[in-house]
Design a protein around this ligand. Structure first.
Ligand SMILES: [Zn+2]
Length: 429
């Protein structure tokens, strides 16, 4: 469709500028903090009631029995669907409704939904209630404009993305909600810039390593084996041998920001030795640490193999076991996700590319995310490859204090989403 034909639809979206800001603020005021997974039910009902009022068929789906689900913290998901005039493809907008804890350093109330200077502030404004609001406004404007289409449009709000999505997008994917023939194209409005289509993400490999020692009196450490010294030796080898190697591995994946366009490794946490009291801060007892634990967060590239990612860590540990007397360890793999990258010639990418050109007058940028998001479940479980992230907001603001979303960005990306959806539903005409 030409930009000329889309103008009335775009004007309708511009007219809803205040509404998209107000809707984002209302969503921010529902504090869906995860963990523990608060207020999912309230947020799902809020979305469901709004969309039911617009003619959508609404389902509330509690992920009973999934990790984290309880009567106190029900994992409630909402899926809303509206049919067009006849059979055709289904375009699905999937947003996670959970947000991370606000943390310190805010200058505004993180759950007040403050609207100021063309922005909506609050925890989740950027990641990703602003994107969710933009997708709702896009679809509502499309319906109000009386645009005819075949097929169906779905909007979902799902739980637990911030903790892996197992009671959210994955749970739904296991039940066919992200598979053909029900759904053909999935847009996830995560905050990855209004001019960019995010094709996928790097892989993840998380592991926990216990270095074992032998307990002894702290005044006579020669009688024991310090697990902390053993862990120190491991970290030193990683610094010396592994970090330089990782830094050299550049990927063909268009990962942003640029510093993430390589393999990375983070030590997420470390603990060694006894505590004075189990739940207190304070000096440890006078003991040689008999255990030290570290959690590794390795992000890997499509050019790397997960088995090799594991092997290069094991090799360092095995070398230390040969070189240091009494060095022993245990490695447990906690979590892994392979990299995903949607081929840019798939219809959804093409439709979003055209939409970005029509709305912003510039060529779209193809990017990949440094971290994973729910696309992995659509790919792996739903076996649906025509899935990308596209939504308003600045990636680096996610999880930060004073998180915000620009209202202009929401309006622009809502236009792109509406244009792309119509394009797909009308067969790329
Ligand atoms: Zn997110």
């Amino acid at each position: 469709m030409s930009s000329f034909e889309l103008d009335p639809l775009f004007r309708r979206i511009e007219d809803r500028r205040e509404e998209v800001a107000a809707l984002t603020a209302e969503l921010v005021r529902i504090p869906t903090i995860n963990p523990p997974g608060d207020a999912y039910e309230a947020c799902a009902r809020f979305l469901g009631e709004r969309l039911a009022g617009r003619g959508f068929t609404v389902e509330y789906l509690r992920a009973e029995g999934a990790v984290g689900d309880s009567d106190r913290y029900p994992r409630t998901n909402v899926v809303a669907r509206i049919e067009g005039d006849g059979p055709g493809p289904c375009v699905h907008f999937n947003s996670h409704i959970d947000v991370v804890a606000p943390g310190e350093g805010w200058t505004v109330d993180p759950f007040a939904g403050v609207i100021r200077d063309g922005r909506v502030y609050g925890r989740g404004a950027c990641d990703m209630k602003g994107g969710l609001a933009a997708s709702i406004i896009a679809v509502e404007a499309l319906l109000d404009a009386g645009e005819t289409f075949s097929g169906a449009i779905e909007i979902s709000g799902t739980a637990d993305e911030e903790s892996g999505g197992y009671a959210g997008a994955e749970w739904l994917a296991e039940r066919g909600y992200f598979s053909k023939p029900r759904v053909d194209h999935v847009i996830i409005p995560e905050p990855l810039y209004k001019d960019s289509v995010c094709l996928g993400h790097r892989g993840v490999w998380w592991a926990e390593i216990d270095v074992k020692g032998r307990i002894a009196h702290g005044s006579m450490p020669f009688l024991g084996v310090s697990a902390i010294r053993g862990m120190g030796a491991f970290i030193e080898r990683v610094e010396r041998d592994l970090y330089p190697r990782l830094a050299q591995r550049r990927t063909a994946m268009p990962v942003i920001p640029d510093a993430a366009r390589q393999s990375t490794l983070n030590f997420n946490s470390i603990h060694g030795g006894a505590k004075a009291q189990p739940d207190e801060d304070g000096f440890a007892a006078a003991l040689v640490a008999d255990r030290c634990r570290i959690v590794l967060d390795r992000r890997y590239l499509m050019e790397e193999d997960e088995a090799d990612v594991r092997a290069e860590v094991v090799e360092i540990l095995d070398t230390l076991a040969r070189e240091r007397p009494d060095f022993s360890y245990e490695l447990r793999e906690l979590w892994s996700v392979p990299p995903t990258l949607t081929p840019p010639d798939l219809p959804l990418v093409q439709a979003l590319d055209r939409g970005i050109e029509q709305v912003l007058g510039q060529k779209s940028r193809h990017v990949a995310s440094p971290g994973t998001y729910d696309q992995k479940h659509v790919w792996r479980v739903g076996k649906l490859k025509d899935c990308v992230a596209y939504g308003p907001g600045i990636l680096e603001l996610a999880h930060q204090p004073d998180e915000y979303i620009e209202i202009d960005d929401m309006v622009a990306s809502a236009k792109v989403m509406a244009a792309a959806a119509l394009d797909l539903l009308r067969g790329g005409q």
